[in-house]
Design a protein around this ligand. Structure first.
Ligand SMILES: Cc1cc2nc3c(=O)[nH]c(=O)nc-3n(C[C@H](O)[C@H](O)[C@H](O)COP(=O)(O)O)c2cc1C
Length: 240
């Protein structure tokens, strides 16, 4: 499965099976984490058993079951692009996991941060976690109900971009990949603009979760359209 196919296939999964992740898959995920930490300056950590952060009805509100492992998206508090990077590299890890047929879900709120067994230096922040593990091929009844609650509607394609000219098909491919991306509370705050021949991605509100969504959207757009964004709100895209 390619990353583009993974973008189309991925949905957030919240019910995990009680079986360990295969060693080969684990090695691939950990290698990807090391690679992304080296290029981003983040300190992403694989937490083998973080089940305590999801146990009981506390912060998980019973939405998740069987969570054991997760990826903790950690970085320097002083990094001006911390939340965008966490979204960007978190999404690349989500897609890697999807190609390995593992289930994932970004979790910013519904877990107990205090019970997350990751190691944080004084100058670091835990932005969010990504649950990861074996799942049934198709979501069961409970998962489908929770998905219905958290995923009320599919965002319309024309709400995701604005343009002052007719857009090429590769641009629309990129926007479709943004449409398929995970976003906090399924709000899809990111817009891709195509104006005066320049492409940029932006959010109106620069709160932490919107900046994470910005990084996630940029990753998906890049994969589908082929190219790179620069960091930052209104960061420009260059096609490769
Ligand atoms: C930054 C971020 C934070 C999220 N936080 C939570 C969360 O706390 N709890 C949860 O159940 N889902 C969370 N999600 C998952 C979203 O609810 C989900 O991506 C959205 O509803 C779209 O559904 P999909 O991922 O299945 O396409 C989060 C997603 C993102 C991108």
């Amino acid at each position: 499965m390619t990353f583009l196919e993974a973008i189309e296939k991925r949905i957030s999964r919240r019910s995990y099976l009680d079986t360990p992740i295969d060693t080969e898959k684990l090695i691939k995920i950990k290698e990807a984490i090391d690679k992304y930490n080296a290029v981003s300056g983040l300190s992403i950590q694989f937490v083998e058993d973080g089940s305590r952060a999801f146990q009981g009805f506390g912060k998980s509100y019973g939405m998740f079951s069987g969570v054991r492992s997760f990826i903790a998206l950690v970085g320097k508090t002083s990094d001006p692009d911390l939340y965008e990077k966490a979204g960007y590299y978190g999404e690349l890890l989500v897609l890697e996991a999807t190609t390995l047929r593992l289930g994932t879900c970004f979790v910013g709120g519904t877990y107990d941060k205090q019970r997350c067994p990751c190691s944080l230096m004084d100058d670091e922040t835990l932005t969010c976690v990504v649950t990861i593990g074996n799942v049934e091929d198709t979501p069961g009844y409970k998962e489908r109900m929770i998905r219905r609650m958290t995923h009320i509607r599919k965002v319309r394609l024309d709400n995701l971009y604005e343009a002052d000219q007719e857009v090429p098909s590769w641009f629309l491919d990129g926007v479709r990949a943004v449409q398929a991306a995970p976003s906090a509370v399924n709000r899809h705050p990111v817009k891709i603009s195509y104006k005066s021949g320049k492409i940029a991605a932006y959010v109106d509100n620069t709160k932490d979760s919107d900046l994470m969504d910005l990084g996630i959207a940029k990753a998906n757009f890049e994969i589908a359209a082929g190219g790179r964004f620069e960091y930052g709100n209104h960061g420009e895209f260059t096609r490769s």
